[in-house]
Every structure is written in C-alpha cells, then in structure tokens.
Design a protein. Structure first.
Length: 145
C-alpha cells in the first residue's frame, strides 16, 4: 500500500515539476538580450567601465536601452556619462548593432559611440567593437535580466 501511495504522489507531482522546468527553459531563451550587461570598453580615454541596459528585441529586431559609462575601479580617467541607445538584433546570426540615441548625462568633450557585438547565449556575453576610430573592443557579461 505504501509503495502505491508514494508512486501516486510521484506521478501527481511529475506534471508540476515538468511544467516548471518548461517555464524555466522558455524564460532562459525568451529574452536573450533584455536585462543588464556590465563590462568594459576601450576608447581614447582608456579602459572604461560600462553598464548597458537593453530591452528585448521586438518582432523586427529593434532594441532600445541605456549606455552608462564610468571609471574602472581605482581609475580617474573617465568623466561619467549616460545616453539612450537604439539598435537591431539579428537573432539567427546572434549579432547586435547599437547606435546612440540621445544624451541623458553628457560630460564635456565626449561624443556618444555605438557598438557591434556577437551574443554568446551559453556564456551570457556580448563581445565586439566600438564604432569610433579611437576605440576598440567592448566586452559585456549579463548580470541581470
């Protein structure tokens, strides 16, 4: 009798756990871009800490967000700033293009710069290059989303 009861409990709970795993799996892949990405990029002022907050891409692949830059820990080479961004995401290729869309907090003598990056879903990373001749790499890791 005890075997049958425990087997019934197991079978009754199986759909709950299976449905929960399906929801988790859908959430893990439903929003590959939406969230907070942190890392660094290199431009004329040197290494710069960055946080990029992105929306999910819409049906056309359009994304929006905010690009916030500041000093790396222990450095004083950067004036902090923030600007809105827009861009496009090609889900099939895993490629993201971001363009400046307007200052939110503009430090003197700075220009907003966009970037191109490839998305690595497994590692939760965006890696690419900045769109300015004095800049080079950008590397971001998903920290929330």
């Amino acid at each position: 009798m005890q075997f049958r009861l425990s087997r019934l409990v197991f079978l009754a709970l199986l759909p709950v756990f299976s449905a929960g795993n399906a929801v988790l799996a859908l959430n893990a892949h439903a929003s590959p871009l939406a969230g907070i990405w942190q890392g660094q990029y290199i431009c004329g002022q040197g290494g710069t800490a960055v946080t990029v907050e992105l929306s999910e891409a819409d049906a056309n692949g359009d994304v929006h967000g905010v690009f916030t830059f500041r000093n790396m820990p222990g450095k004083t080479n950067v004036s902090p700033g923030k600007f809105a961004v827009s861009g496009s995401y090609d889900a099939k290729a895993g490629k993201l293009e971001i363009w400046p869309a307007g200052w939110i907090l503009r430090p003197p003598r700075y220009v907003p710069v966009g970037f191109s990056a490839n998305l690595d879903l497994e590692r939760g990373q965006l890696t690419g290059h900045m769109h300015h001749h004095t800049c080079s790499a950008i590397e971001l890791e998903r920290t929330a989303g």
